[in-house]
Design a protein around this ligand. Structure first.
Ligand code: NAP
Length: 281
């Protein structure tokens, strides 16, 4: 039951970043606030790095329950958080902050959770145990995904990236189960992978299409594209032609928001087709 009534102050949360106008989080959270008739507000704040810590202190004193953090603050916030979850520490970045009543800042990273939950939503009986994955890309999301896959029982994650050194750093940071695959030889390596993941920005509207061939993928492989605009990328179309199972990126975006919403607004939101369509309109 929603514990908040019109007699009590509204629940407050938001997102801080710079720039902030691109963020889909306000649209998502405000959709759920309205749907569930919750007395709460989710507000975007444009905050530069020099004002980050002061802004967070101000939000705490105004009674905010927490915030999402986006570019360029995801790493910086860890330096002054009072506690950091294991997964955020491992990834080296946070996207969700919870403020305690005593003014403490607790930092978490829900990107990997969103990635895993999205696959479970699409393929409910999917068992990650002992699987092999290949991730294209070595940016922030690739790092979160690699970490979540290992935590969920995947045996081996190969990371391949146009700039090899970035894949190397993730492999060194996240341990022996993460290996580096050369960008040029990835098309051959793909035949061993149970999970084939695009975590580059290739395929996004305005960006070049995913350039790596997937024709050698095994028949049981699942192809996951975390790009969500367009909803069905050229990579997913190609995978469907090959009769492979596919998972798009919009569910990851929505799922990563769920832990924050639950905590700040005391309600578990349902993910359905309505929210999937609404969020990319
Ligand atoms: P990022 O840190 O900027 O990393 C971008 C990655 O894409 C790098 O590995 C980069 O390779 C690679 N890349 C970019 N253009 C390329 C090209 N033309 N050819 C080959 N590789 C290319 O970005 P991120 O935060 O990890 O996000 C990556 C994409 O994931 C975003 O663009 C977004 O669409 C999507 N995303 C989705 C969700 C979701 O919830 N569904 C969440 C986060 C991100 P180099 O290192 O060689 O530059």
């Amino acid at each position: 039951m929603d514990k908040n009534t019109s007699e009590t102050p509204p629940y407050l949360a938001g997102v801080i970043g710079h720039p902030i106008s691109h963020s889909k989080s306000p649209k998502l959270h405000n959709y759920w606030l309205s749907k569930y008739k919750i007395n709460g507000f989710y507000i975007p704040f444009s905050v530069t790095t020099d004002k980050l810590q002061d802004s967070i202190k101000s939000l705490i004193s105004l009674g905010f329950n927490g915030v999402n953090v986006t570019i360029p603050h995801k790493t910086n916030v860890l330096s002054f958080a009072d506690s950091v979850t294991d997964r955020a520490a491992l990834i080296g970045a946070a996207n969700t902050l919870y403020f305690s009543r005593s003014g403490k800042v607790h930092a978490d990273n829900t990107d990997g959770y969103g990635f895993i939950q999205n696959i479970i939503d699409e393929i409910p009986d999917y068992d990650f145990y002992d699987k092999t994955a290949i991730i294209y890309g070595a940016g922030g999301s690739a790092r979160a995904i690699a970490s979540a896959l290992i935590s969920n029982g995947v045996r081996e994650v190969g990371i391949t990236n146009r700039t090899r050194s970035k894949a190397q750093i993730i492999s060194e940071n996240l341990g022996a189960k993460i290996s580096v695959i050369d960008w040029r030889t990835a098309p051959e390596t793909i035949q061993r992978a149970d999970l084939i993941i695009n975590a580059t920005s290739m395929g996004m509207t305005g960006q070049p299409d995913f350039s790596q061939p997937i024709s050698r993928a095994k028949k049981t492989a699942v192809v996951i594209d975390i790009v969500y605009n367009p909803l069905i990328t050229e990579l997913l179309k190609e995978a469907r032609k090959l009769k492979l199972k596919t998972v798009g990126g919009i569910g990851m975006l929505i799922n990563q928001a769920v832990p924050g919403f639950e905590h700040w607004f005391q309600k578990s939101p349902v993910i359905d087709d309505e929210i999937r369509k609404f969020i990319i309109e």
